[in-house]
Design a protein around this ligand. Structure first.
Ligand SMILES: CC(C)(COP(=O)(O)OP(=O)(O)OC[C@H]1O[C@@H](n2cnc3c(N)ncnc32)[C@H](O)[C@@H]1OP(=O)(O)O)[C@@H](O)C(=O)NCCC(=O)NCCS
Length: 171
């Protein structure tokens, strides 16, 4: 692990990042608290997702620490015919790399890349995830609603908070 966060590069994902990206998602998912899943996607699912993002130019960035993927942020189109203007954001930073500004850098890069492509960026964040909520609020996301007790993992309920960053105002 590098000691300096400014040595970590935030850049668009590349094909060579597929295994490292999968590993990073798997590690954060295994914490069982923050993401919509608790285990990694398969290598094939990950490859299809990343290849699609690269082919279509959907924003996807990684934090690269000397060749290791230590964080990611992607914005993927909502799979709904009637919402072509909405993207869904997912992100995470490996536990040992948190609180060094990488989440903020990844989010800023993805939102910049989303301009002109999406009008709105949606995400779900859990009630117990104060860190992510603070990060998103600071980046201009607003709470749009809440599914009370919409998450239940290991018998523990949590609220699902729906947040949106409006890149353009709906008229
Ligand atoms: C949420 C997450 C991506 C933040 O990444 P990070 O690199 O630690 O965040 P940064 O260091 O860039 O911090 C940016 C801002 O986020 C907020 N923040 C980050 N960690 C926080 C914490 N532990 N408590 C409160 N606020 C926090 C602060 O507003 C911070 O700004 P500040 O440093 O000026 O106070 C990271 O905690 C993470 O990966 N968590 C697990 C996965 C996850 O929650 N993904 C999002 C699912 S919706």
């Amino acid at each position: 692990m590098t000691a300096r966060a400014d040595a970590v590069v935030v850049r668009p994902i590349e094909f060579r990042d597929i295994p490292g990206f999968r590993e990073a998602v798997g590690a954060v998912a295994a914490e069982r608290r923050w993401l919509a899943r608790t285990s990694a996607f398969s290598l094939e699912q990950t490859a299809v997702f990343v290849a699609g993002n690269i082919a279509h130019g959907h924003p996807q960035f990684v934090a690269d620490d000397g060749g290791r993927v230590v964080g990611w942020c992607d914005i993927f189109p909502v799979p709904r015919e009637v919402s072509p203007h909405v993207g869904v954001l997912g992100m995470g930073v490996l536990a040992a790399w948190r609180r060094r500004g990488l989440g903020r850098r990844l989010l800023a890069a993805a939102l910049d890349a989303a301009r002109g492509r999406f009008e709105q960026v949606d995400l779900d964040v859990y009630g117990g995830n104060a860190a992510a909520q603070a990060l998103y609020r600071g980046a201009g996301f607003v709470e749009q609603g809440r599914r009370r007790g919409g998450r239940k993992v290991d018998g523990v309920y949590d609220d699902v908070i729906i947040m949106t960053r409006f890149l353009e105002e709906p008229r």
